[in-house]
Design a protein around this ligand. Sequence first.
Ligand code: ZN
Length: 179
Amino acid sequence: MLSPVRLISEAADLAARRHNGMARKGRGNEPCINHLAEVANLLATATDGADAELVAAGWLHDTIEDTDTTRAELAQTFSERVASLVVECTDDMSLPKALRRRKQIEDAPHKSPGAKLIKIADKISNTGGRIQTDPSAEERDDLADYVEWATQVVAGCRGGNAWLDEKFDDAVKAARALL
Ligand code: ZN
């Protein structure tokens, strides 16, 4: 097993290479890596640095869904737990979006404690990424739609980390102020 520092450093490096050139969902043309760094940092802060595998999984949480990275590769390079956490945060992209969204709401309460924290951090970052000054009507609709759905997913993930729950509530408040 890699040391905690190496685990996180290798995860950031792999995520940067695999997501190279990809833009994040939401605001402008921000690179995907900004989203991954934010999620990993939220998890590190929420747990006060106590769980390196969780932070590594934060860096890697979109690799299986959005790049050609496999579970086996993550298990071999990092650990079985890191691979499992990422799989738990991976949507089946062969399903239509409406069904994927419904499944996230239904599946959230059955996730492991670590996956629940990653999902909340992901929703905090994705909500923040949709908050912009002077949004167009279309951006406002997208934000309203996202926040309504994310709130339902997070409802099934709450209770494991009070700071993260509060951060999500703050993001929702900031979003609603624009709607
Ligand atoms: Zn994400």
